[in-house]
Design a protein around this ligand. Structure first.
Ligand SMILES: Cc1cc2nc3c(=O)[nH]c(=O)nc-3n(C[C@H](O)[C@H](O)[C@H](O)COP(=O)(O)OP(=O)(O)OC[C@H]3O[C@@H](n4cnc5c(N)ncnc54)[C@H](O)[C@@H]3O)c2cc1C
Length: 418
């Protein structure tokens, strides 16, 4: 009855469960899926997020399965290097940047939550269909899976919607919110077992959305397989039509490989690399307009349920982790749950709104757009003729400040907490 009810055992819900447990606050997590399986492909955790996971004692487990990303490299579609900069610890951060399979991350969070809070604290096969509240608590209603016939109600102190981009609770509070907004860019994603490229821990962005852009980074060492890595890639192309997002929709290589047919670089033969993929998934790049509020009395939204964003800043999972930390702190510090949820919204809504909007216009790949436009999509003789190093650094650092992971932002937060 006094439990915090968390709806959804994704990255945000599980992190919230772990932080609440570490603060001695009882919670239960209810997940729609009958069984939590390691679904998805690559995800990045930037230093502001790994800092929070390290505080939960999870860095060693993450380091075992993830790649500590060491540098970002930007190329045009002719394979010419535009800009390279160190990342994570290689850039002097106290915490690493991890590139990781989403499934590995989710399983580490899940195992830690079950081991620490207890197996009975995570209840699967509970699909949230709505929530009601009164002065003393919340009643959260569930069915046994989407469209399920059997229903049940759980009573708690507070309800937190961590149920992702299609959040049922978000729809309850914003019934006219509509479907996720298509950005005009379609994505094909996959993983390929391949030998390490560049530094072996590089995050590559190449090309531009109008003609085809690739994001490529390793997410796991493949044991006993001739030093191969599991390498995550995303092909992003401006496309008029799209199909509704489904994390499991299989894509066809022939639908997009033409855009990369002549990408034969000395550091990677892109067509061969794509054709060697284990499997290909297709989904549209979508987000939603920022909401005016998340907290309604004893109910609030977190992660993608609150602020779905286009994945151009490697930030969706990270922002959910930051939300979890902020919300748990507010609940810990404030006796009144309604005041705590309002304080959490105050701390996080404006900050994430800036990230959602900047991801649309000026995420890190704005570097690629600038060079694409200034060169008229032609090879250059020397990058300094096109754009100065200072401009490139400014584009990169500007995004870090907005997303909250510039070195100054992290260090000043630390100074404040001391
Ligand atoms: C299956 C899946 C695969 C993904 N793959 C990728 C990927 O490859 N790359 C990438 O960058 N991002 C991926 N994402 C998105 C990414 O995980 C999130 O953007 C980010 O981590 C924010 O996390 P979140 O906890 O807010 O939402 P999510 O991680 O989306 O978690 C939401 C959770 O809520 C559950 N849920 C949904 N509806 C209900 C309901 N009504 N009642 C109860 N539970 C519900 C879902 O099953 C899920 O476990 C994926 C998400 C999912 C669900």
């Amino acid at each position: 009855m006094d439990d915090i009810i968390i709806v959804g055992a994704g990255i945000g819900g599980l992190t919230l469960g772990l932080v609440l447990h570490s603060r001695g606050i009882a919670c239960r997590i209810f997940e729609s899926a009958a069984e939590i399986r390691p679904i998805g492909v690559g995800i990045n955790l930037l230093p502001h997020a790994t800092k929070e996971l390290a505080a939960l004692g999870l860095e060693p487990a993450l380091a075992q399965v993830a790649i500590a990303t060491a540098d970002a490299a930007f190329f045009n579609r002719f394979g010419q290097l535009i800009y390279r900069e160190p990342l994570g610890r290689a850039a002097g951060y106290e915490h690493p940047q991890f590139s990781i399979h989403r499934g590995d991350l989710q399983m580490i969070l899940l195992d830690a939550f079950r081991a620490r809070a207890g197996h009975d604290r995570l209840i699967t096969h509970h699909h949230c269909i709505g929530v009601e509240q009164d002065e003393a608590g919340v009643n959260v209603h569930f069915s046994d899976g989407p469209g399920g016939a059997r229903s049940s109600t759980v009573r708690g102190r507070v309800a937190i919607a961590c149920d992702g981009i299609n959040s049922a609770i978000r729809k309850q509070f914003f019934p006219d919110g509509g479907e996720p907004r298509y950005s005009g860019v379609n994505m094909w994603r996959g993983v390929t077992r391949w030998k390490p490229m560049l530094s072996g821990a590089s995050m590559v962005r190449a090309g531009w959305l109008s003609h085809g852009k690739m994001v490529i980074y390793p997410i796991r060492e493949v044991s006993g397989a001739d030093g191969l890595q599991l390498i995550n890639w995303v092909a992003e192309i401006e496309t008029a039509t799209y199909r509704k997002r489904d994390w499991n929709r299989t894509g066809s290589i022939e639908d997009f490989i033409g855009a990369f047919a002549d990408w034969h670089f000395d550091w990677l033969d892109v067509p061969s690399f794509i054709r060697a993929a284990d499997s290909v998934l297709e989904f549209p790049m979508v987000d939603q307009d920022p909401l005016p509020r998340w907290s309604f009395g004893r109910v609030t939204l977190l992660g993608d349920a609150a602020h779905p964003m286009v994945p151009r800043g490697s930030n969706g999972a990270g922002q959910a982790i930051l939300d979890a930390r902020a919300l748990a702190s507010a609940l810990f510090e404030t006796g009144d749950p309604v005041a705590a949820l309002a304080a959490y919204e105050k701390q996080r809504l404006e900050a994430t709104t800036r990230v959602v909007l900047t991801n649309r216009t000026n995420p890190p790949d704005a570097i690629l757009r600038e060079v694409f436009q200034r060169t008229n999509d032609r090879p250059f003789k020397a990058i300094d003729d096109i754009i100065s190093r200072d401009e490139l650094v400014a584009l990169s650092e500007g995004y870090k400040r907005i997303a909250g992971y510039s070195q100054e932002a992290l260090y000043s937060q630390q100074a404040l907490r001391k």
